[in-house]
Write a protein that binds this ligand. Sequence first.
Ligand code: NAD
Length: 376
Amino acid sequence: MLIGVPRESAAGETRVAVTPETTKKLKAQGHRIVVERGAGQAAACLDAAYEAAGAELGDRAAALGAEMVLKVQRPNAEELGLMKAGTVLVGQLNPFDREGLQAMASAGLTAFALEAAPRTTRAQSMDVLSSQANIAGYKAVMLAATHYPKLFPMLMTAAGTIKAARVVILGVGVAGLQAIATAKRLGAVIEASDVRPAVKEQVESLGAKFIEVPYETDEEREAAQGVGGYAKPMPPSWLSRQAVEVAKRVAQADVVISTALIPGRPAPTLISEDMVKSMKPGSVIVDLAAGRGPGGVGGNCPLTQTGQIAQVHGVTIIGLDNLPATVAADSSALYARNVLDFLKLVIDKEARFTLPADDDIVTACLVARDGAVTRA
Ligand code: NAD
């Protein structure tokens, strides 16, 4: 197949969907690859490296005019205009945005949103949410350490002792676990909260303390089980008890990293304005749910300003909303391998696109085909 790799056009997007490493593998499978000039530059993948790996360099129209287009983010109107009806598109296409899906369907694309893959063992190697969340969790701690005016580790020096930073992690999925591991390596003392009881053991095995909020009703216990590994919205009764426990920790914390999300819904509010006011001057909040709060405003904290680093009530609130793009080379390397693994499911031995009838991963990811949105 002719596979196109355009430069990403979204503001601040530095990643690329195919690296020289995966170019080589696609080439070995019998594909032709056209890379838009400069597509990988911000991810340290230079044009010469793509050429050396067997790709052809081309302009935007050539990359987007290919039979299959591999992207990081959903195409905008300009990109859709350069893609032909029947093009196969693979990327992070935001499967919960109906309007966006409709635009891709109307353009006649066969589109696969990789974020929609099930959380199964077979899908692990193509799980873009995990590969990117892992990096976001790491970078959240790095940012916190940079903006926090003190040190993370305890230091006993001739000039006196410096206390270890107290870090609170809210939401312990892939990003939260990596944030715990990273903060631990820096010497912080860590507490973490999640709605799912299964997480407690993972938190403790990383050397952090789990913030216990016992379940008191069957409704709470049932909601806490989640669905497909993801959290479900918890009843207000549990959330208000969680808020009390979280508020105590946040008031003592030096750094709060929040990652709590529920697929397809606004991020839960876990850090209220009063909690921010209770924090010590110089404390830092990194809100990985930035831009995903109610109505697309805020994140796990309503004071979070999406895309900004703001000072509010003496606290630095970091609302940067694309942390994987700040580690573009490694994010792209992992993302490109995820894409490569997904392609194995939709490309046959003759290097042609094929839609398997009964593959749960392909069915879950397919969001548009034959002019229609295929996702319920
Ligand atoms: P996510 O990004 O959807 O959410 C982040 C975390 O926020 C989750 O742990 C969630 O439970 C938590 N959360 C939601 N509401 C909350 C609240 N009110 N208070 C506190 N925490 C709250 O999560 P994720 O990283 O996508 O991971 C979700 C699950 O899927 C995890 O159990 C993860 O281990 C699992 N997973 C499985 C596979 C696999 O089997 N292939 C792959 C990746 C992830």
